[in-house]
Design a protein around this ligand. Structure first.
Ligand code: ZN
Ligand code: ZN
Length: 344
């Protein structure tokens, strides 16, 4: 089968290769990949800034059709359409695995950089990471299942948004836009902010229901927040950009006794004024990945047609055009880029 493979640890060591087609173990389903999203993590991996174990097939956001199941598999059969979380290997026995948060497992080995991922025609995975995809949800949209689960985790599981709250989302990338969408579903008024190169994403934020879109290259976010909050500041602020400067603005945008949620990933250690957390009596919450319930909620929202996110996929490419796909992901011209192995 064809697969996009990271062939070495350095930047640019990437190729479309003929790769052995996997066959399912006794408790595995074999998926024909329907669509696989490119995410910020993939860019870190390509640039050699993220731990990975080459040669390895990239891709960890995906969905597809079951084509074969091992003899122990229950609940899935050939023909089923599924969306799946990262089929990482975890120990299953540590505190975090047993407590239901395998993302925290010390022995976690993730697919798409440590073991083979989904930028390929087929992938074999455990049924526990699969979720049945409602018929009306396209593979194109379902390729965003992972960022959607991340946003569900951030908004609905790690923090609490009340109807009528004022929420600021700083950073309109895919996760930021989905965070906005989740906060709207919870009944908040939402301001989303980005910089001059985010215009397409900010427009998408408007289409997804943002009450106010702020291009910080032209406008002062803090002034807008003051206007919307009667001078008090936002009840919750989601830092989704991974920029130290954005976090600095978040400390100012949030009201006293408010909540700042860290969703974005910084390129490394940053300098910031943590006295704000103390002096404003803030809650500062980290959120990382998702748990099983985040996916259950995400799929339920799709099932009830509460979200419509197809339009967030701005570019779709066959595997053979992976280079163009990665370029579009990095140059700001895209919201979400997906690879479609079926059209390769
Ligand atoms: Zn991802
Ligand atoms: Zn574990």
């Amino acid at each position: 089968m064809k697969a996009v493979v990271k062939t070495g640890p350095d930047e640019g060591q990437l190729a479309l290769k003929d790769w052995p087609e996997p066959s399912p173990g006794p408790n595995q389903v074999k998926l024909r990949i329907g669509a696989a999203g490119i995410c910020g993590t993939d860019i870190h991996i390509i640039k050699g800034r993220w731990r990975c174990d080459p040669p390895v097939v990239l891709g960890h956001e995906f969905c597809g059709t079951v084509v074969e199941v091992g003899p122990q598999v229950r609940g899935f059969k050939p023909g089923d359409r599924v969306v799946a979380s990262n089929p990482a290997i975890v120990c299953g026995n540590c505190y975090h695995c047993l407590a239901g948060n395998p993302f925290m497992c010390k022995e976690r080995v993730s697919a798409g950089y440590m073991i083979d991922g989904a930028f390929a025609e087929f992938l074999c995975i455990r049924p526990e990471v699969c979720h049945h995809l409602p018929d009306h949800v396209s593979f194109r949209a379902a390729a965003m299942g992972e960022p959607l689960a991340v946003a569900v985790r951030a908004v609905m599981e790690r923090s609490t948004v009340h109807a009528g709250d004022l929420v600021v989302v700083s950073g309109p990338g895919c996760v930021g836009l989905l965070t906005l969408l989740m906060a709207k579903l919870e009944g908040a008024r939402v301001i989303i902010s980005g910089v001059g190169t985010d215009l397409l994403r900010l427009k998408c934020g408007k289409d997804l229901g943002a009450d106010r879109v702020v291009n910080t290259s032209e406008e002062d976010l803090l002034e807008v927040v003051r206007d919307y909050s009667g001078g008090h500041g936002a009840d919750l602020v989601y830092e989704c950009s991974g920029s130290a400067r954005s976090l600095g603005v978040c400390w100012e945008a949030v009201r006293k006794e408010g909540t700042v949620v860290q969703v974005g990933v910084y390129p490394g250690p940053i300098e910031t004024d943590l006295n704000k957390v103390m002096m404003k009596e803030l809650r500062f919450i980290g959120t990382y990945g998702y748990v099983w319930t985040s996916w259950k909620r995400a799929v339920q929202l799709w099932d009830e047609k509460k979200i419509q996110i197809d339009s967030m996929v701005s570019h779709e490419y066959p595997l053979s055009q992976f280079e163009e796909a990665f370029r579009a992901t990095q140059d700001g011209s895209a919201i979400k880029v997906v690879l479609n192995p079926e059209s390769s």
